[in-house]
Design a protein around this ligand. Structure first.
Ligand code: TMP
Length: 252
């Protein structure tokens, strides 16, 4: 991969390397000397992210997909944002501490710092080793929460996301969608069961969560090929059955 660009010349195999939907391909002479070929540029895994409001069941679905992929023999790495490395987990604790209340701008810089560390230390190495990386939230959460709902601006957050990730885009993003009132009731039950869990954003007013939902639906409208909306109501197995058809053929 290369920062921000989509085409470059590979001096090793004298070929043009380009990117489609975050996946690198190589156009050049084939190794058997029979002329031009289009080949994957490097051994590369997959990057699948889960997005949605609080309490929509992202972690449960991610676990189900992880188990399912492993049973099929895929190597997986299960991660989350903010988080996934010691540095990023420390930033997560700061972000979710109700006592600290960073404003939108402080929030996005903290998130992007955590994201850069996570992408460089976990996501890219795992993908280069051919694993399927499953991540609970990624850049799209920043677009929706900070860009749209906190009002920092979609393009501004896109720029920061690109800087932090070097232009890494998930192969597939699953948005779990449901009525925020129902989802929040679920999140609150979960939070009171896990006493150690602190979550400042769970405490936002209903209007905030309604706008988050609309933000994710807008995202899916902007990038319908990558971002797939899945109805998140009902038992976990039923929701997972809805996810299955949108998974890449190569993983099924
Ligand atoms: P969760 O991972 O348990 O859903 O909680 C993480 C919280 O952080 C959630 O309220 C959404 C928020 N968040 C952002 O506001 N922007 C981001 O870019 C990310 C990754 C999370």
């Amino acid at each position: 991969m290369w920062p921000g660009g989509s085409v470059f010349l590979c001096v090793l195999c004298v070929s043009v390397v380009f990117r489609v939907n975050g996946r690198a391909w190589c156009l050049g002479g084939s190794s058997d000397g029979r002329g031009a070929a289009i080949l994957p540029a490097m051994p590369k895994g997959w990057f699948i992210t889960f997005e949605g409001g609080e309490g929509t069941g992202k972690s449960t679905q991610l676990r189900l997909l992880d188990d399912w992929l492993r049973a099929l023999g895929h190597r997986t790495v299960h991660s989350r944002e903010p988080g996934g490395t010691p540095l990023a987990e420390a930033v997560r604790a700061v972000l979710l501490d109700p006592a600290l209340e960073p404003d939108g701008l402080s929030e996005i810089f903290l998130l992007e710092a955590a994201r850069h560390d996570h992408v460089e230390r976990v996501v890219r190495p795992a993908m280069a080793a051919g694993a399927v990386v499953l991540c609970d939230r990624f850049t799209d959460s920043s677009l929706v929460y900070q860009g749209l709902v906190r009002g920092l601006g979609w393009e501004e957050v896109e720029t920061l996301n690109r800087l932090a990730t070097g232009g890494l885009v998930p192969d597939l993003t699953i948005v779990l969608d449901m009525d925020p009132e129902v989802a929040l009731a679920r999140a609150h039950t979960r939070n009171s069961e896990e006493s150690a869990r602190e979550d400042r954003l769970d405490e936002e007013p209903a209007e905030f969560h309604r706008r988050v939902r609309e933000g994710f639906l807008e995202l899916a409208g902007r990038e319908p090929d990558r971002v797939r909306v899945i109805a998140a109501d009902g038992p976990p197995e039923k929701v997972f059955a809805r996810i299955h058809p949108v998974l890449p053929e190569a993983l099924r």
